[in-house]
Design a protein around this ligand. Sequence first.
Ligand code: GLA
Length: 732
Amino acid sequence: MQKNTRGLMGIAAITLLSFLQQDVFSQNITIPVETQHNALVLQTNASNNLGIVYLGPKLADKKEYENIPAMYKQTAEYTGVANAAYATSGSRNLFEPAITVTHADGNGSLDLQYVKHETKKLDDNTSLLTIITKDPVYDFEVKLFYKTYFREDVTEQWSEIKHNEKGNVVLQKFASAGLYLKADNFYLRQYHGDWAREMQPEETRITHGIKTLDSKLGTRADLFQPPVFMVSLNKPATEDEGSVLYGALEWSGNFRIDLELDNQDNLRIIAGVNNHASPYTLKPGEVFTTPAFLSVLSHKGKGEASRQLHAWARNYKLLDGKGNRLTLLNNWESTYFDFNETKLKALLKDTKELGVDMFLLDDGWFANKYPRNDDHAGLGDWQENKSKLPNGVASLVHEAENNKVKFGIWVEPEMVNPKSELYEKHPDWVVKQPKRPEYYFRNQLVLDLTNPQVQDFVFGVIDNLFTKNPNLAYIKWDCNAVVYNAYSAHLTNQAHFYLQYVQGLYSVLQRIRKKYPTVPMMLCSGGGGRVDYAALQYFTEFWPSDNTDPLERIFMQWEYSYFYPAISTSNHVTDWGKQPIKYRTDVAMMGKLGFDIVVNKLNTNDLKFCQDALKTYNAYKPIIWQGDQYRLQDPGDNSVAAMMYLNAEKNTGILFNYLVNNRYDAGSERPIRMKGLDPEKRYQLKELNLYPGTPSTIGDKTYTGEFLMTVGYNPDVKASRASVVLELKAVE
Ligand code: GLA
């Protein structure tokens, strides 16, 4: 009996399906969103709902997109909205929605129908598609935006939600965007971590049901899970083969990304601000704009997707993505909180001697009533500590000038220690529950950035530093606490707290960037917890992790490098790990190089090595920062990890090779195959970053690009040569 019923339902559904398909051919609107290699095809159906009918390689004949839906004979689609471009709830949708609302009259249903669309070419590479959708019953509208970056194959999607109902509407869920994919199988590469162990990958086949990647930390997206992921289509993509979609939410707070494999075996991706504890009350006429969700799709594996994303980031998103960066000496791990003017002046001399561009003064320079001598006190009181710095920061900036180096400074302006004058004066500026005990993360609390007075204060911390020290060259902006006990004394609607915290932060950063458009700033967060593409609009670089053990870093930087370009990744040489200075420096050179060591304790050869390495870095940084990055051998699968950077002309490259396995006789047994070279060019290899007195085992033969890419080259990595850096130069 049951079987029969199912059978009947099946027939009914098939009839409905063929009706829909017929209609597709006659009058439905098809909107292809194309980039250099791909097309996302949107189409209206018989009930005028907008769905995604295709995401894949683009077709030469645009008309053929209309034929796509008929090629799928999957199981019944009961609702007509399973592939919704922006899925609603409370009407026909049976799957995870992008938007859920409670209308002014208490009704919880929403149906969004296509009204019109418009495509604007913004310049020769970018276009913006805007689609207006409306509910036929309620005066409720959602505008969907698709901004495409043609050459980079990147699409940013976001939404604007508004209504003109006779009262407020509550947005229970308000995602940025949705995608709908069809493939034989889907494989998710996601990341997890914790302090000092950020960006640990996991790759699994997606099974039916919903997989949610999310975070609820308030001040940062990541600590446990970053807002980036990859989905391989059909089979797991490798570095150079297979179709893979990268996704990332551009939001620096709570996020939620749902990946749902439905009854038809199609994958729905819905990404946005996390609606956890955050129903948003939208007034009539008010426009709610979601952050952007970005995606890039490649059919040539993870490597190409990452290079496209790097190019996009440098061209469009990362602050000063094409600009310069400063090498630096940081004093955090050499002094911690224990320093004074004399000690710092000596470090300024070391900065010059080492040969970096700048000295970066870290935590501990401020607060007087509760001096910042450890992490229990002083945060929030941004006046120079008089006993450590009797002549202020100004005298250090001046002394830096005398040493012909630049000066940068650490701040953590969003935070407060309960033991501080700021806390005493403004307890109402602090995020905490009025009737519950305080609970701390690194002995500190978060300031309430939803409050415009707090925004002024945070802006003032930076502005005062620059006003007093116009030659200040750099800011390291830290953020070492998450939000516990979310409550704002300023807000009347507590449900808006998480959202408005991040908006408050952006408004401060916008003010800072208006006044100081290009001063380099590092985005730091007690490790790599804060990086995302919204924050990187205001920052020139980020701190991937407090873990600077070079062996760990090879793995971590490898994973970060899929999503963020090398120019944005601050890598410091420290005393973490057991490897010699050469290994540590080589690893740090793969991004934006800095040092955090006691220079005057380096022996003569170590110092000489670092000085020479800095000269080499200065010569090669344009390629590391702006060139194409090729992952040659994954540290997860090989005893030798290899990463290569190549300039656009393909005539100069730099190749980093590391032994990542210390088992007996591990080394480069086989040649490492290079990528991206011109097969016809001849290349000369030369070893760089040789430790003083060590001969190179690299000969002076030349090889064609074809040879280096087909056969490969053996960099002779072994226990006694655990880190080998090679230059690659085309010769006539
Ligand atoms: C965080 C940062 C470190 C350092 C300390 C200072 O942990 O990640 O680099 O700046 O704060 O307290």
